[in-house]
Ligand binder design. Structure first.
Ligand code: ADP
Ligand code: MG
Length: 444
């Protein structure tokens, strides 16, 4: 594994852990400068980044590295002004990975054949495919694909472009850009007085693919320009495809007239993949990487990395890096350790009997004093039994100790109360809801 590959793996992991804006700001122009036995040196573009990484991200970076190389003790940051050529090389290697937002053109690795279709993305896939078949007569324009990060929107969008390019060779004009690129190009064109060239670039196309339209920005002028671009294409029966992390109605910055244009097309969403799809994706990626990972390890990943496909890929890449560096297959336990930053460790929730008494008392409007009293009125007995039930189920307190805390009662009383509530819960939906509400209160 080369330094650059190693750094890609680490970046891949960091990318899913920090926000997109932070990732671009702090990590985009970093590289791995050198690696010794106990230390690695990361090259950063300026002092500001150096300071930021040292103070804010050092722990995270170190931890990711140590998963692969436990002997690494520290990370050193040095400032290296990046040469233009380095950036080009870097971006090339970078966009070969899963980082489409840096490249503004189509990435050939995204096609329909390597897109795994499941319940969560079937509609979007079918719609994208239909456009790629392109009869020329558009049934829906624009196609608007939305869903949260890492679920395959860019992949599908670029697959449309790649497929059309393959079928038509050079016959079709296809333009892919992120909405930020569109915005920047537009602003540049105003500055350099090249608005005609700008218009040609975006309007003179058979299909326009604009990724992450939610970042178009609130500026009237940019949105207006986009509106004109859209209308021009639409009128000429040219297809527009848009992606977004949310539906048009939820993009705050969007002017109403653009919003209604978007809603006038076809909206399809992509949701989180289910377990079957996650497994299938992991199989597909193994095939691509030409590596075979034991089923139990694959299943562990599929069960535990559930947020999105990018994380799933990140997990698999990490495992592949491990296998190639160590030349051994990790066990499930080792995998779990390796992926600790991606796999959600269920946070152990704790509460106390005191909190339970307080919550029950608040909920039923009965004083704690009364709950633990000798009183036998139904309004008191029920809260008392519920408190006992929760002390047992949530705090695993022993029956004698519960009895003790509820006014010095016998442990058999505690057992009896617990059983009564347990029994009642089987067919009393209202009671279940009451207890659920109380539970929410005792864990804050
Ligand atoms: P988004 O644009 O929605 O944030 P991407 O299209 O960039 O997500 O997808 C993130 C990564 O996951 C990409 O490498 C992509 O190839 C992969 N991916 C997403 N969905 C699938 C899928 N259904 N099958 C195969 N790979 C997928
Ligand atoms: Mg994307």
């Amino acid at each position: 594994m080369t330094n650059s590959q190693l750094w890609q793996t680490i970046l891949g992991e960091l990318e899913v852990m920090v926000s997109r804006a932070n990732f671009i700001t702090w990590f985009q122009k970093t590289s791995l400068d050198s690696k010794d036995k106990n230390q690695i040196t990361v090259a950063v573009p300026n002092a500001f980044t150096k300071e930021w990484l040292e103070n804010k991200y050092n722990k995270l970076i170190l931890k990711s590295l140590q998963n692969l190389y436990p002997q690494i003790r520290s990370v050193n940051y040095i400032i290296k002004t990046v040469q233009a050529k380095d950036i080009a090389d870097y971006q090339e290697s970078y966009s070969e990975e899963t980082k489409p937002f840096i490249s503004s053109e189509l990435n050939p690795k995204y096609h329909f054949d390597n897109f795994v279709v499941g319940f969560s993305n079937e509609m979007a896939f079918t719609a994208a495919k239909a456009i790629a078949k392109g009869s020329g007569e558009n049934n829906y324009n624009p196609l608007f694909i939305y869903g949260s990060v890492g679920l395959g929107k860019t992949h599908l969008m670029q697959a449309i472009g790649n497929e059309l390019q393959n079928i038509n060779k050079d016959g079709l004009k296809i333009k892919y850009a992120t909405s930020e690129r569109f915005t920047n190009d537009f602003i540049d064109s105003l500055r350099t007085k090249t608005t005609t060239a700008f218009k040609d670039k975006y309007r003179d196309n058979d299909i326009l693919l604009i990724d992450d339209i939610q970042f178009i920005g609130p500026k009237e002028q940019t949105q207006s320009e986009f509106h004109h671009t859209f209308n021009s294409l639409h009128q000429n029966n040219k297809q527009v495809v848009l992606t977004s992390d949310r539906p048009p109605r939820d993009i705050q910055a969007l002017k109403d007239r653009l919003r209604s244009r978007f809603e006038g097309g076809m909206l399809v969403d992509i949701s989180k993949p289910d377990i079957e799809t996650r497994l299938a994706i992991l199989q597909e990626k193994q095939k691509q990487e030409n590596i075979a990972i034991p089923d139990n390890v694959v299943e562990f990943i599929a069960r535990n990395v559930t947020n999105n496909v990018r994380e799933l890929e990140g997990a698999l890449n990490k495992l592949i890096a491990y296998i190639r560096i160590r030349e051994e297959i990790p066990s499930v336990k080792e995998t779990s350790r390796l992926l600790s930053t991606l796999v959600k460790q269920p946070k152990k929730r704790t509460t106390t009997n005191q909190k339970i008494l307080k919550a029950v008392s608040d909920f039923y409007g009965v004083a704690i004093k009364e709950i633990i009293s000798r009183g036998r009125r139904q309004e008191i007995v029920k809260p008392r039994q519920i408190a006992i039930f929760l002390m047992r189920s949530e705090c695993q307190s022993s029956y004698p100790s519960i009895g003790q805390q509820i006014g010095g009662r016998d442990h058999t009383t505690a057992i009896h109360s617990f059983k009564q509530i347990e029994e009642a819960l089987r067919n009393n939906e209202t009671l279940k809801q009451e207890i659920d509400t109380i539970k929410e209160k005792i864990y804050v």
